[in-house]
Design a protein around this ligand. Structure first.
Ligand SMILES: Cc1cc2nc3c(=O)[nH]c(=O)nc-3n(C[C@H](O)[C@H](O)[C@H](O)COP(=O)(O)OP(=O)(O)OC[C@H]3O[C@@H](n4cnc5c(N)ncnc54)[C@H](O)[C@@H]3O)c2cc1C
Length: 422
């Protein structure tokens, strides 16, 4: 599996850093007052993110760790980290990091045929295509292998029927990796196939879901006999669990902050935690001198620093083969827990400014973020599932009992394929 590829005569990191610094100053718009997350929120359809990504691509600073033959730069993780550090003062299309580049681009790189990689990777890296993941279903997301959306083969065409849910940003995307059951007569892990699905086509209906924050980021999709050509199978037919397991590895890596395909500051994970915005918050309500508030600011900083060290240490240990790839669940779990704590700290510092705010007040977004505080503990697999992975696959404790493990899927009791509400 290639997660990173380096050109033969890669430029050394320090000269790359200086070149990136000069290029960024010349070409990228500066962040003025707004974070990359704020900019992404205002750019609901991703038009501006695609534009920024194209500037990076044309300048030779997109897809730094993707191989040159697929539109990347073939550089190392150290180059990527240097670029991310340098890009701090600039607007960056961080919304394309997860899942488009770091999860789906990475999985395509691992399992795509030459034709699939040549067709899609340069467009993913230039921002011409945005990809999302269609994994979770209304009947449940944690038991991913228990999915009931099906793809029935007819010659060289599969017909997709069923429904997916909680797909982040599907309305603004072009393609999805969709998991579907292609053989119900074998145990659940053995009869799944992964497909590259063109999202906007007849038979695919997308409904945006309004969230408590007012955002419409989540979607539910309904598939009504959607044709998928056999050349859009990713990996082998009925062996989609192998592809899905790798996708989940990339997801843990990305959500934990360790992926080589994350570019720019403000991607999800503990890296978003920023001391100065807490200081500004405390200043705005006159509590910066309060020792209890100062403790909270220090706690956030400590969590952030420990997270960075944990991510780097785990990534190195995986690379050196000291721990299995599933150890990515450790920084992933830590990131989810500290991100939730960070939202609580925001609220504690805001005090009475949290539930009520004036238009444009800094408390507004922080209060809305609090409503989403548990998102990081579910997206990419819940905290409980990460703990299961750590105990069973990293610490090699006994596996959880599963009654359906060796049973043909069509003999297991489960919910029916959901249909579109009429
Ligand atoms: C911010 C965010 C973004 C998301 N983006 C996407 C996306 O782009 N695409 C997509 O397909 N999905 C996405 N999801 C969905 C996400 O993957 C699921 O929410 C998650 O996998 C859990 O599935 P579920 O919500 O169906 O909960 P369930 O699977 O129904 O679980 C309910 C509860 O039971 C616990 N539980 C279940 N099984 C076990 C077990 N064996 N041991 C211990 N506890 C267990 C879970 O931890 C959870 O607390 C996103 C979710 C969030 C919050």
């Amino acid at each position: 599996m290639s997660t990173e590829s380096t050109t033969d005569a890669a430029e050394d990191v320090e000269s790359f850093r200086l070149r990136a610094r000069a290029w960024l100053a010349e070409n990228m718009p500066r962040i003025e007052g707004k974070s990359n997350a704020d900019i992404a929120r205002e750019d609901e359809n991703g038009v501006y993110a695609r534009k920024l990504q194209k500037i990076l691509f044309d300048g030779g600073f997109a897809g730094l760790c993707f191989p040159v033959e697929y539109g990347g730069q073939g550089l190392s993780l150290a180059h990527q980290r240097a670029f991310t550090e340098e890009s701090g003062p600039y607007q960056m299309p961080t919304v394309l990091n997860i899942p488009s580049l770091s999860i789906l681009g990475a999985t395509l790189l691992d399992f795509g045929t030459e034709a699939q990689k040549k067709r899609h990777l340069p467009k993913l890296i230039s921002g011409e295509e945005i990809w999302v993941q269609f994994l979770s279903e209304p009947s449940g997301g944690s038991d991913l292998a228990g999915l009931v959306t099906k793809a029935t083969r007819d010659g060289d065409i599969f017909h997709l029927n069923g429904s997916k849910i909680w797909s982040s940003g599907a309305f603004r995307a072009d393609y999805a990796l969709v998991l579907a059951r292609t053989n119900p007569e074998v145990p659940k892990h053995s009869g799944i196939t992964v497909f590259i699905l063109k999202i906007h086509q007849p038979g695919v209906e997308i409904q945006q879901i309004k969230m408590a924050t007012g955002a419409n980021e989540f979607c539910q999709e309904f598939f009504d006999d959607v044709p998928i050509p056999i050349e859009d199978v990713l990996g082998k037919i009925d062996d989609g669990w192998t592809v899905a397991s790798r996708l989940l590895f990339h997801e843990r890596d990305a959500m934990g902050g360790g992926s080589p395909y994350l570019s720019g500051q403000g991607q999800r994970g503990h890296g978003t935690s920023n001391r100065s915005d807490l200081i500004e918050l405390a200043e705005s309500n006159g509590t910066l001198g309060d020792p209890a508030i100062r403790q909270l600011i220090a706690e956030a900083k400590i969590n952030e620093t420990v997270g960075e060290q944990l991510t780097a240490r785990t990534a190195t240990a995986i690379k050196q083969g000291l721990v299995p790839g599933t150890a990515g669940s450790i920084p992933r779990l830590y990131s989810a827990m500290t991100s939730e704590r960070r939202q609580e700290i925001n609220l504690e510092i805001l005090g009475t400014a949290a539930p009520v705010w004036e238009p444009g007040a800094p408390s507004r977004q922080k209060s809305l973020d609090y409503l989403m505080r548990q998102g990081g503990s579910l997206g990419g697999g819940s905290n409980e599932m990460q703990r299961n992975i750590i105990s069973e696959r990293v610490l090699l404790m006994p596996r959880e009992y599963a009654a359906d493990k060796d049973k043909p899927f069509n003999e297991v009791l489960h919910n029916q394929t959901p249909t579109r509400p009429r």
